[in-house]
Ligand binder design. Structure first.
Ligand SMILES: Cc1cc2nc3c(=O)[nH]c(=O)nc-3n(C[C@H](O)[C@H](O)[C@H](O)COP(=O)(O)OP(=O)(O)OC[C@H]3O[C@@H](n4cnc5c(N)ncnc54)[C@H](O)[C@@H]3O)c2cc1C
Ligand code: SF4
Ligand code: SF4
Length: 619
């Protein structure tokens, strides 16, 4: 079988791209870019006559700053969110929490170890023995098959922080920015990649429009605009294409890797009228539905709760149906007693780049700077990314103001002595260093993982378990990892009921079928039509493509189908995966969940810039 990429259906032609000149171009609008733009915007509104804020490309006008967001709406983000909000509160010193819709100050925090009341999860003998010992105490320390840690470890504490909705937060910040008129934010505008000339980033290229699914020019073809900028700010999150292209062009610093990922999926649930859960309630959970799956429950005002799980790459097991796992999760007795009479309002999913500091790229270069999750800012010990992303954006904003006032260009050296130095001297860097090796132990197993995390957390990162994580596509196991008898049964069930192998595998392992009630427990297909509607603008190419079709043909697991958050990848003709752009919610999970990769690649899936996705401002 050839390991070469399957040839592109239309030959690349020399296409002329129109260009526009701006002062600053930004890729992606998440908390990181929001922090950056807020900082610059505030400096300008405080002193609009400041000559350093004058545009070079449009003299007499303020700086021309354009920010391009792939999603159709700036409120389409997906996250938890519980945050200490140090950086956010520093930017808004007179903030009253109620100003941000769905925000609540944290009132209580609990950490729960969830036992498995079903007996279907993949627990090691040691863990089962531990569960047995816990069970001996019965009601003394177990309630609803859950053991509450007597205290919340300091590294997990978010005391004084906030429960937020990322969609509402982005919307709140974005509306203020647009009202000030300083920066323009363009939703539904995917950036296809950076413009790089002689090692300098000179701007961004937007995605072509009026193309067929393969990217070939069709009716109304419009070549993506080249947006030339003095400074390009890259805040495109965990699976952004600009970041991917920069990593490919400049590599990562020696010893750094982007090997660890998780897919986070959440429900927004309207709680029953007589709920006992009050706004600001925060639960962190582990142990169920699989030991490696961490979960959360955060309560917003208005009887809304965000409830979700993370399925990490280091779980390895080929059963990766996150949607079904989430349905089992909410039915755990400790959660179900609060949720069972609730109503599903929306749901969402997104990848989380879990390498943190280990995956930090070059933060600056000539003409560009990187902020937020794609710059390795997420703290994997505290499980916190929003405030860190915001703060790196603020730090870049302050540095840009310094350079503008000093009349200095955006070179690698100047960005390093301002932005990079600021970041290195801040709490974000201290936290990142403490967290750098905190998750290493999970590569040996669940119990070493917890021990490693506690060790790193309690010693502020001084002690940790050493490891050399494998890339995600080597962590995700192939069908050979499934016990032969289970595999055979699952394969038969999958064939009989036309279900993905992984879903059938869960049933074979003893997970009960989901008792759909059409209100809270609904089919994946129905959830796609609910609250978070999925849309895709016409005229863009498919942003998910399979690099080597020969590998897909012989691939037994079709993990990309099993884990696809939007059921956008299905089994098509000739045993090949087929992609439906209209269903994709851009979670990015398919990028790192494929265990069969052509040589020299990290995945057999090419995840490109695309518009559309999930519409839910509540996520
Ligand atoms: C389920 C879940 C729960 C979480 N819970 C928490 C929590 O409780 N607390 C916490 O602090 N953090 C949490 N996180 C992590 C947190 O959401 C992220 O760390 C944070 O959103 C990172 O912000 P960012 O601005 O760097 O990136 P993002 O929020 O990912 O924003 C990047 C933006 O860039 C856009 N983009 C990407 N590519 C392109 C392109 N080519 N062209 C144009 N636009 C593009 C994306 O659409 C996106 O809107 C959670 C994450 C998930 C998935
Ligand atoms: S993309 Fe990967 S997981 Fe999906 S069918 Fe192809 S080889 Fe298999
Ligand atoms: S096809 Fe879309 S929804 Fe499915 S895994 Fe990939 S990015 Fe997520």
């Amino acid at each position: 079988m050839s390991t070469e990429p399957t040839p592109a259906p239309c030959a690349a032609e020399a296409i002329e791209h129109q260009s526009v000149e701006v002062d600053i171009a930004c890729a992606g609008f998440g908390p990181a870019t929001a922090g950056f733009l807020t900082t610059l915007c505030r400096a300008w509104t405080e002193n609009p006559a400041d000559p350093s804020m004058e545009s070079r490309v449009m003299p007499g006008m303020p700086l021309q700053i354009l920010c391009y967001e792939r999603a159709d709406d700036i409120a389409s983000g997906v996250s938890g969110v519980v945050t200490q909000a140090r950086g956010i509160r520093a930017s808004f010193p007179s903030l009253e929490d109620a100003q941000i819709p769905m925000a609540a100050p944290i009132t209580s925090e609990r950490v729960l170890y969830l036992l498995d009341p079903i007996g279907a999860s993949r627990r090691s003998a040691v863990l089962r023995f531990g569960d047995f010992l816990l069970g001996l105490g019965g009601k003394l320390w177990l309630k609803d098959h859950a053991f509450e840690l007597p205290w919340t470890p300091s590294f997990l504490h978010k005391k004084g922080g906030l429960v937020l909705s990322i969609g509402q937060f982005n919307q709140w910040v974005g509306s203020q920015l647009m009202a000030d008129g300083f920066a323009q934010i363009w939703p539904a505008t995917p950036v296809s990649g950076p413009l790089i000339e002689n090692g300098t980033v000179t701007g961004l290229r937007l995605a072509d429009q009026g193309v067929d699914k393969n990217g070939c020019p069709a009716d109304g073809f419009l070549a993506g605009m080249d947006v030339r900028a003095r400074l390009t700010v890259v805040g495109d999150g965990p699976v952004g294409q600009v970041s991917q292209a920069l990593d490919a062009a400049f590599g990562l610093p020696k010893g750094h890797h982007r090997g660890d990922w998780a897919l986070g999926m959440k429900f927004v649930i309207e709680l029953p009228e007589d709920t006992e859960l009050t706004p600001g309630t925060v639960w962190h959970t582990f142990g169920f539905p699989e030991p490696e799956i961490f979960g959360f429950l955060y309560v917003h005002p208005g009887r809304l709760a965000s409830v979700g799980i993370f399925v990490p790459s280091w779980m390895g097991d080929p059963a990766r149906t996150v949607y079904r796992y989430l349905q089992h999760y909410i039915q755990h007795p400790a959660l179900w007693k609060h949720l069972k009479d609730g109503t599903l309002r929306s749901w969402g999913a997104k990848s989380l780049e879990e390498s943190g500091k280990q995956g930090e790229p070059f933060l600056v270069g000539d003409g560009y700077a990187r902020i937020g999750e794609s710059s390795g800012s997420t703290n994997m010990l505290t499980g916190s990314g929003v405030d860190e992303a915001w703060t790196t954006g603020v730090q870049l904003g302050e540095s840009v103001i310094d350079l503008l006032r000093a009349g200095l260009p955006f070179t690698r050296e100047n960005l390093a002595t301002t932005y990079e130095d600021r970041r290195r001297g801040s709490w974000v860097e201290r936290g990142a260093r403490e967290a750098e090796n905190a998750r290493n132990g999970f590569h040996y197993g669940f119990i070493p993982g917890l021990m490693g995390m506690a060790l790193a957390g309690l010693t502020k990162g001084k002690l940790y378990l050493p490891t050399h994580p494998r890339p995600a596509h080597r962590q995700i196991q192939t069908a050979t990892a499934i016990a032969a008898v289970d595999h055979e049964k699952a394969a038969k069930l999958a064939l009989k009921e036309n279900r993905p192998l992984h879903d059938a595998l869960l049933s074979v392992r003893g997970w009960p079928e989901i008792p759909f009630d059409g209100r809270l427990l609904m089919s994946h297909q129905d959830a796609l039509l609910l609250g978070g509607k999925v849309q895709a603008m016409p005229g863009f190419a498919d942003h998910v493509a399979f690099i080597n079709r020969g590998l897909c043909q012989v691939c037994q697991e079709k993990t990309c189908i099993a884990m696809c958050s939007g059921q956008a990848i299905t089994l098509g003709e000739n045993n090949q995966p087929a992609f439906e752009r209209e269903k994709c919610i851009h979670c990015g999970g398919c990028l790192w969940n494929c265990p069969h990769t052509p040589p020299g690649r990290q995945s057999n899936v090419d995840f490109q810039a695309g518009s559309g996705g999930l519409h839910s401002a509540e996520n």
